[in-house]
Every structure is written in structure tokens, then in C-alpha cells.
Design a protein around this ligand. Structure first.
Ligand SMILES: Nc1ncnc2c1ncn2[C@@H]1O[C@H](COP(=O)(O)OP(=O)(O)O)[C@@H](O)[C@H]1O
Ligand SMILES: [Mg+2]
Length: 404
């Protein structure tokens, strides 16, 4: 007999459809994305998004997240974990309100949290006294989220994959495979967040056929440059306006494209540690010495993101899978028309579509994914794709926190 506190689990397992909330703030640290989804079937068979909302971070919180991510003191990390827990809970309550349903009907929350450090195993990781410097940390206390919402929370998704020898990222590929694979088309699902990553879904793919990896920076450097040039007033290049008015500089682009991460074969993942503040400072220094205008620099960084993605497809995907029929784009970068045009130019043979055309809100995709991954955890199903993360085996991801 299950103790009373675990009976929700029995109800959850017995249901044929469940309402689940997915929460994430990505490397852009722009705010909490919250998706409320109906999950149909156990694996699941189908996922319907009932509501989506973003709760922007207050400026002070965003600044602290970015600071902690490159040079954090433990006290700040400690309170920020709780402060973000409150914001994540608020985002969950907000999406319930948007969906206009009774809170009690929501059975589960999957919270990715906010990554403040991600140190995956790779060729560049070094060992001190034989301790390998591998680890990952997502904050936004699940205890706070569970208490404020009254709903069980699955969190800390990345650690288990890394404990199994994986990169802990990307984790969305399993959901891409569940929702986007096609019987006779080879598709790539591309998410352009702070970091860009892609999932290759060959026609009729089995889960073990899936290849996925981080291509490199997505919006991160563009956002950083805009913040720098605007003295912190602007956070991103809205509708790609700055980039559209600039000229791509071949010299700077050539130097950017020589970054060793781009040549490293998958599986691979990256983050702010590699393409954050320090790298941006170096880029700006070079742009200045080349005499580039601010618009030129933003244009070149936008071209860099497009070029990395196209290059990764040509280098790692086409030789292995032959033709790619469709590139299905999601993430905030899909809203940048200059970036999307640069991508189309570089991949003339590939049909590029927004994920919205396939029923998945492009801004909501990662939040939806973490709702599905939380569901898989509770159902005792693996959430990682070993061919994507490099883990030695499929594992059930995350930790469960009960309310009250
Ligand atoms: N209208 C827009 N024009 C240009 N860029 C946009 C637009 N909307 C969103 N973005 C970009 O998307 C980023 C947020 O994307 P998101 O998918 O939330 O990334 P993350 O997962 O890293 O948080 C913003 O920081 C910005 O760079
Ligand atoms: Mg975001």
C-alpha cells in the first residue's frame, strides 16, 4: 500500500491524459517560459499545448543571473535559488490563469530551472589531482515551486545524464523524436535560444538513430553586443534591425569561425562558460580594431550564428544522413528575420519552417519539452537520448519534490 503522500502517483499513472506544466529559463536569462500541456497516452502519444506565457525576469534578477553565471559568490547563489523559485512558481500560476482552468487539475510541474553553470565532460575538460571538473547546476528551488503551486515538481533533469557519462545536454531531442519525426522525411529540429542546438530525425527514426548537439552560440553573442552598445538599455536586437542595417565583416567572421568548438565532433554541448562575457569582450576588441560600426558588429555576430548552424549541418549531418528535407526552427531566434534570412541563404536546398506550422509554438517548445520529460520521469521512462548526450545508457531523469 502506497503512503498517502504518494497516491497522486498512482492516479497519475492510471490517467489516460494529464495536465502538466513545463518551466524553463534558458541561457538568454530573459525570463521564465511556462507551457501548460495536455499529455495524452503514456509515452506520450500526443501533446497539446493549452496555454503558454513568459514571465520576464525583473532587470535586477537578470543582471544577477548573468553575474552569478560567470563569477558567482555562494551567498548570492543561495538567495537567487529561492528568488527564482518564487518567479518560476509565479510563472506556473500565471499559465494556469491564462488557460483558465482549476489549479487542482494540474498534476505535475517539470522545471528545468535556470542554468548557472554547465561543465560537461569533453576534450577540453581538465583534471586536477585526478578530479575531473565535470558538473552542472540549475537553480530555482523546486521546494518553493511545489509549496506555492501545491503541485509535485520534477527538477534537476541534467545531473542524471551526466552521472551516466553524458553531456547533460541537449535533453529536448527525445521530445523532438516523439513529436516531430516523419515516416519519409529527414528533419532537423533547430532551437535558437542563447545557445543553438539541433536534433537530426532521419525518416522513420528509431530513438537510437537520433543525433543531436549544440552548434554553438545562438542569440547569446547578439544579445551581449546589443547590451554592450546600448549601455544595458536594450537586451536584444528586436526583429534583427541592427543587423539588417549593418554589413557582415569577412575578417571578423573568419576569425569567429575558427573557434575550436565548431570543429569538435558531436556529441557536444556548450554554454556561457565558452561564449559568454570574456569571449564577447574579445569580439568587441577585434571589431573595434577592424573599425567596424556597431551595426556591422551585430550583423557579423548574426551571420556567425547562421554560419555555425549551416556549417554544422554540412560538416556533421549531410555526410552521415544524406539529404535533409526540412529544418524546423524554434526558440527566440526564430523571431529574428535577419538571422532567418541569413540561414536560408546558407541552406538553399533545405525547406525551413517554424515549428508553429507543425503545431508547436516556437517560443514554447523547450517549456513543452520539460513538461513531457517530467511526465516521462513519473512514468518511469528514460528522458535522455544516449546518442545525443553521449551517456552510457538511457536513464530516468530528475528529482521529485512533493508539495506540503
Ligand atoms: N522579435 C525578436 N527579434 C529578435 N530576436 C528575438 C526576438 N524575440 C526573441 N528574440 C531572441 O530570442 C532570445 C530569447 O530566446 P529563448 O528561446 O527564450 O532563449 P533561451 O532559451 O536561451 O532563454 C532573446 O534574448 C532574443 O535574442
Ligand atoms: Mg528564454
Amino acid at each position: 500500500m502506497l503512503p498517502k503522500s504518494w497516491r497522486w502517483l498512482k492516479d497519475y499513472a492510471a490517467a489516460s491524459e494529464r495536465l502538466v506544466i513545463g518551466l524553463i529559463s534558458g541561457t538568454s536569462a530573459d525570463g521564465v517560459d511556462a507551457a501548460l500541456v495536455k499529455v495524452v497516452g503514456d509515452k506520450p502519444k500526443r501533446v497539446e499545448t493549452l496555454a503558454f506565457t513568459t514571465l520576464p525576469y525583473p532587470a535586477e534578477i537578470r543582471k544577477t543571473v548573468l553575474e552569478v553565471s560567470h563569477d558567482g559568490d555562494i551567498e548570492t547563489l543561495c538567495w537567487l535559488n529561492f528568488a527564482l523559485g518564487e518567479l518560476f512558481a509565479e510563472a506556473a500560476l500565471k499559465v494556469i490563469e491564462v488557460a483558465n482552468i482549476d489549479r487542482k487539475r494540474v498534476q505535475l510541474v517539470g522545471s528545468h530551472g535556470q542554468t548557472v553553470r554547465h561543465l560537461p565532460p569533453n576534450r577540453n575538460s581538465f583534471a586536477i589531482h585526478s578530479v575531473s571538473r565535470v558538473g552542472t547546476l540549475q537553480i530555482a528551488s523546486p521546494a518553493v515551486i511545489a509549496m506555492r503551486t501545491g503541485i509535485p515538481v520534477v527538477s534537476d533533469f541534467r545531473a542524471k545524464d551526466m552521472a551516466a557519462g553524458g553531456q547533460g545536454a541537449p535533453l529536448v531531442p527525445l521530445v523532438d523524436w516523439l513529436l516531430l519525426r516523419h515516416p519519409n522525411k529527414t528533419r532537423i529540429a533547430l532551437n535558437i535560444g542563447g545557445i543553438a542546438n539541433l536534433t537530426v530525425l532521419p525518416a522513420k527514426a528509431k530513438v537510437s538513430d537520433v543525433l543531436a548537439f549544440d552548434t554553438g552560440p545562438g542569440n547569446m553573442l547578439i544579445d551581449g553586443a546589443i547590451r554592450h552598445f546600448s549601455g544595458g538599455v536594450l537586451n536584444y536586437d528586436r526583429d534583427g534591425e541592427w543587423a539588417r542595417q549593418g554589413r557582415v565583416d569577412k575578417n571578423l567572421l573568419h576569425w569567429l569561425m575558427s573557434h575550436p568548438f565548431l570543429l569538435q565532433p558531436p556529441p557536444k554541448s556548450t554554454g556561457r562558460e565558452m561564449f559568454g562575457e570574456a569571449f564577447l569582450r574579445e569580439v568587441i576588441k577585434r571589431a573595434n580594431s577592424l573599425g567596424l560600426t556597431q551595426n556591422d558588429t551585430v550583423a557579423t555576430l548574426t551571420a556567425f550564428t547562421a554560419e555555425i548552424i549551416a556549417d554544422a549541418i554540412k560538416r556533421f549531418v549531410l555526410p552521415k544522413f544524406g539529404q535533409v528535407d526540412e529544418l524546423i526552427v524554434s526558440g527566440g531566434g526564430a523571431n529574428n528575420p535577419t538571422l532567418m534570412a541569413m540561414l536560408c541563404e546558407r541552406l538553399p536546398k533545405v525547406k525551413i519552417r517554424r515549428s508553429d506550422e507543425l503545431g508547436i509554438n516556437a517560443d514554447a517548445k523547450e517549456a513543452i519539452a520539460f513538461a513531457v520529460l517530467a511526465h516521462r520521469t513519473v512514468m518511469g521512462l528514460a528522458g535522455n537520448v544516449p546518442s545525443a548526450t553521449g551517456a552510457k545508457m538511457p536513464v530516468i531523469l530528475g528529482s521529485i519534490t512533493l508539495p506540503r
